[in-house]
Design a protein around this ligand. Structure first.
Ligand code: ATP
Length: 352
């Protein structure tokens, strides 16, 4: 295990600046997620940590070692890609044992190591099978076990779940997180899927156009986005943004509720809302409409639990409100957050 330190790293391809002066520290044993839209530079950053790309500027330290110019094989890292590249003609055992065979490790030591890794990922009973007889999630575990036998200091994972279907992806995500908790190896995980990032990461790094927009725990990033890019990139539907005279006002759909439901001791900002469409999602309903009245007419979305007895009258103005603690303010010109609120501890309890 090791701490990873990235110091002022940039990567310039021809005239394109794919990664622009990024500095990050990944703590020993931490699960860090690099998140951002397609083309933001997250894979390039990961590939530089792996040693598959040379940085144009900057330095990378893995543990105490300066690794910037080390060959991938000398960094003691393990990479798991979307494409697991298992050997189809080999059994699960042989696939996992492969890196040890290449290193010339003797049979007894190999056996012990494979059993240990298979046990950690829950494949002990499947060692004699071939990959084609296994599910996508199980194949992913073979790839993990295969990287594990090398005792890596750092796991680098580039969208390893993206070729699984939605249900499998969910369980594979859970397994991956449990696995990392057990093994405790420093892990850096690339994804463009914010749900995956929120579910997996101890901390998330939100990237855009080669730069880091925000680094924080999932809660910090969701509740206190550093700027309007993060505010709208995280969350589905995204944070509502309304441009008022002096600044940009932000509130999440689930904080935007019919005014009648707020507990009387909660300070709220009333907002007039004209709903024109309702989308039923099961546990919640999404109300699409426009805020108006004292605010400039702007499209917005409210998310209301289906259990709340509220029936909107389509096309007419209704009184809604946002708890003041849930309002966010951003600089109109730079988009940067102006202040950091402490959120209402129990958001649902504020609404009765
Ligand atoms: P995705 O989620 O689509 O994989 P990403 O955030 O991982 O995107 P990168 O693969 O890191 O993005 O690419 C960042 C930018 O650098 C992109 O604009 C890409 O076109 C460019 N790029 C990546 N590799 C090269 C290369 N070898 N030569 C030139 N440009 C490259």
């Amino acid at each position: 295990m090791a701490r990873v330190e990235i110091k002022e790293i940039s990567k310039i391809f021809a005239d394109h600046n794919a990664v622009n002066n990024v500095s990050l520290t990944v703590e020993d044993g931490e699960f860090l997620v690099l998140l951002g839209p397609s083309g933001c530079g997250k894979s390039t950053l990961l590939r530089m940590i792996a040693g598959l790309e040379l940085p144009t500027y900057g330095d990378i330290f893995i543990g105490e070692r300066r690794a910037t110019r080390l060959q991938p094989k000398d960094r003691n890292i393990a990479m798991v890609f979307q494409n697991y590249a298992l050997y189809p003609h080999m059994t699960v055992y042989e696939n996992i044992a492969f890196p040890l065979r290449v290193r010339g490790v003797d049979k007894q030591a190999t056996d012990a190591k494979v059993q240990w890794a298979a046990d950690l990922v829950g494949l002990t009973r499947m060692l004699k099978r071939k990959p084609r007889q296994m599910s996508g999630g199980e194949r992913q575990r073979i790839a993990l076990a295969r990287s594990l036998v090398r005792d890596p200091d750092v796991f680098l994972l580039d969208e390893p779940l993206s070729n699984l279907d939605a249900k499998l992806r969910h369980s594979a995500r859970e397994e991956l997180r449990q696995f990392q908790d057990r093994v405790g190896v420093t892990s850096i995980y690339v994804t463009h899927d914010q749900v995956e990032a929120m579910g997996l990461g101890d901390r998330i790094v939100v990237m855009q156009a080669g730069t880091v927009r925000q680094v924080g725990t999932p809660e910090e990033i969701y509740l206190h986005p550093a700027d309007t890019f993060v505010a709208t990139f995280m969350g589905s539907p995204p944070m509502n943004l309304v441009e008022t005279d002096g600044l940009t006002l932000g509130f999440r759909p689930e904080s935007f509720l019919p005014a009648v439901g707020f507990a009387s001791d909660i300070a709220v900002t009333p907002i007039t809302f004209n709903v024109h469409r309702v989308e039923y999602l099961g546990g919640d309903r999404l109300l699409y409409g426009n805020v108006m009245g004292s605010l400039p007419n702007t499209a917005a979305i409210a998310r209301i639990p289906s259990s709340v007895a509220y029936t909107p009258i389509l096309g007419s103005e209704a009184k809604f409100a946002v708890a003041n603690a849930d309002l966010r303010r951003f600089d109109k010109d730079t988009g940067k957050a102006i202040e950091q609120h402490k959120p209402v501890e129990n958001r649902r309890a504020a609404y009765v």
